[in-house]
Design a binder for this molecule. Structure first.
Ligand SMILES: [Mg+2]
Length: 249
């Protein structure tokens, strides 16, 4: 039988040990609970970091995960956080010469307008040009709320805002413009779509050519570029290893 005094001392030591562990940080409740079955969280991080490339569809074991991520709140929080970061950066850069030539470029699909209902309906299957064209023609893509807010912030900051999309201009020009207006994107400076001259070119080639034209031929200073695909930015392949512990400027 352990004496009462010794039992109290042991209880005190255990309590101190627990408090000490708590002080350095309790284990964070990772979502989904139970770890990362199927490796879907790691797969998503690799996608966002541009380590995973040339995939054609969400891996079958991760369809439910992507459905939950996109539809149950975390995607909206992540887009909102990105919008906050972008708005803070834009404010820190604050325009703009007096000449009105400071510009931002925003992608359209799944940056300004959401195609989530379309991809949900097809269970996140592979890209199907004809089916996507039929969906886009309806002009019912919802605006992504955080990006509507960011767009308005940029406009209020007196930046030019160019919307740049690989959608075919001839087939989808009118419905895309109407969809953007209905979704709250009013007052952009130009909607630049893929003209016949760029048909068949990669998104990287098309969008890089347009940005070059805006900067070099038209004289705009492109202060920022917002998109959901790495091909919205450049063609270089880079590999990012995760590190949520610190940021080196
Ligand atoms: Mg896009």
């Amino acid at each position: 039988m352990v004496p009462l005094g010794l039992r109290r001392l042991m209880l005190l030591l255990v309590t101190l040990l627990v408090l000490d562990k708590a002080a350095i940080g309790a284990p964070w409740p990772f979502w989904p609970p139970g770890g990362d079955p199927g490796g879907c969280l790691s797969w998503r991080v690799m996608v966002e970091a541009n380590n995973a490339k040339y995939w054609r569809a969400v891996p079958a074991p991760c369809v439910g995960y992507v459905w939950a991520y996109m539809g149950w709140g975390q995607y909206g929080r992540d887009v909102g956080t990105a919008a906050d970061e972008i708005a803070a950066y834009a404010a820190s850069q604050a325009p703009a010469g007096e000449d009105g030539m400071d510009a931002w470029v925003m992608d359209v699909d799944d940056t300004c307008l959401s195609n989530l209902p379309y991809y949900q309906a097809k269970q996140f299957g592979p890209y199907d040009p004809a089916a996507f064209k039929a969906w886009a023609s309806r002009g019912v893509c919802p605006g992504i709320p955080a990006m509507v807010g960011l767009f308005r912030t940029l406009k209020a900051g007196e930046f030019r805002v160019f919307l740049l999309t690989g959608r075919d201009e001839e087939a989808l020009g009118a419905c895309t413009a109407a969809n953007l207006a209905a979704a709250g994107f009013a007052g952009y400076d130009r909607l630049i779509m893929r003209s016949a001259a760029y048909r068949g070119q990669s998104s990287v080639a098309f969008k890089s050519a347009v940005r070059r034209r805006l900067a070099e031929e038209e004289g705009y200073r492109i202060r920022g570029n917002v998109g959901d695909q790495w091909s919205d930015f450049a063609g270089d392949r880079v590999f990012k290893v995760p590190n949520p512990m610190y940021f080196v400027p």
